[in-house]
Design a protein around this ligand. Structure first.
Ligand code: ADP
Ligand code: TRP
Length: 321
């Protein structure tokens, strides 16, 4: 089963990104033939600074590898290293009614939030369809906000197949309903745009500042506290087993400790959880050539399939003579 997912290169990853997306993609390596790529062309719709984009691509590659992406178990590459996707993007554009894109929530939301509207942003779902269809993807694991984009890819593929024959595989999105939205330090959705993150790879000092900044009510040491309604506890659930959670509940219910103590427990847990990732990350950061080699090998693997698929598609539409 071919599983494909793309990740936009945003430099710092937080634990919401990890539990909401990265962990699922890493797990997919064990479930099927995983194709995972860094959506560098997509990032051009928002990142306009050359150094920032370059650094982000490298950072996100390192962070994904450190989080468990194993290049021997999957195909892992940078989108813009396999340019065939742009040819398919253009061909598919001619099977994409304007109305289909005009209805895209993600585009409408971004414009409503003040992002400047340009053709790249508008046609973003067509490029995403090309990513998916170029590799005959069957399953596309995504967050809820991306379901509509996978539906758009299906619609485009259906229209293409109707015109030229059954060349494209119709993809299905896979959304993990179990994955609750990870709250940020202020209780709202954790997001890099809200300045409320706990980062996966922050320095000790920054991590401590982030965890100690979690918003709680003002109950003191001698009060009994409500764990069921506490941001610290909700975050602890991501890192603790049942027994550990029971112990923590008792601590909330027994006067004598304050929120600062619970925060330190969470800090310990976060540090412990990501320590092995951190070790691998440091090795990779010290060896950029190793990272580049992994990405180059991944691109070569992906390109082979992409070139073969484009030969069929060029022939199907009449670009051969
Ligand atoms: P951000 O909101 O920080 O900009 P992105 O939009 O770049 O994050 O999200 C990248 C991936 O991480 C998406 O698949 C998204 O569903 C997931 N994700 C982001 N924030 C959270 C969160 N707070 N809880 C669960 N998943 C999240
Ligand atoms: N649009 C996706 C996001 O922002 C990233 C992405 C690009 C993607 N191409 C894709 C995801 C293809 C799945 C399949 O999260």
């Amino acid at each position: 089963m071919r599983i494909l997912s793309g990740i936009q290169p945003s430099g710092t990853l937080h634990i919401g990104n990890y539990f909401g997306a990265i962990q699922k993609i890493v797990q997919a390596q064990e479930e099927g033939d995983l194709f995972a790529f860094i959506a560098s062309y997509h990032a051009l719709t928002s990142v306009k600074d050359k150094e920032e984009l370059k650094n982000n691509i490298f950072e996100v590659a390192v962070n994904f590898l450190a989080s468990g992406i194993d290049p021997d178990k999957c195909t892992f590459w940078v989108q813009s290293d396999v340019k065939e996707v742009l040819e398919l993007y253009w061909i598919l554009s001619n099977h994409t009614p304007m109305g289909l894109l005009e209805r895209a929530h993600s585009y409408k939301d971004k414009v409503a939030r003040g992002k400047s509207s340009h053709h790249g942003l508008f046609s973003y779902p067509v490029l995403m369809a090309a990513d998916i269809l170029l590799f005959d993807s069957e399953i596309v694991p995504v967050g809820k906000d991306q379901i509509q984009h996978v539906e758009i890819a299906r619609d485009i593929a259906t229209s293409f197949n109707h015109t030229y024959g059954n060349f494209l595989t119709l993809p299905k999105s896979k959304v993990d309903e179990e994955v609750a939205t990870v709250p940020g330090t202020d209780g709202a959705k954790m997001s890099k745009s809200y300045n409320n993150t706990i980062d996966m790879f922050a320095s000790k000092k920054v991590l401590k500042k982030q965890v100690m900044g979690i918003v709680t009510d003002s109950k003191g040491l001698d009060d009994v506290k409500d764990w069921s309604n506490c941001n610290i506890y909700t975050l602890c659930k991501l890192f603790m087993n049942e027994d550990e959670l029971k112990t923590l509940q008792k601590r909330y219910e027994t006067p004598g400790e304050g929120y600062g103590h619970f925060k330190l427990t969470l800090l310990e847990k976060v540090t412990e959880y990501f320590a092995p990732f951190e070790k691998r990350r440091e090795e990779l950061l010290a060896n950029p050539e190793e990272v580049k080699l992994i990405l180059e090998k991944g691109a070569n693997k992906a390109r082979k399939l992409a070139v073969a698929k484009m030969i069929l598609i060029r022939e199907a539409v009449g670009l051969t003579y």
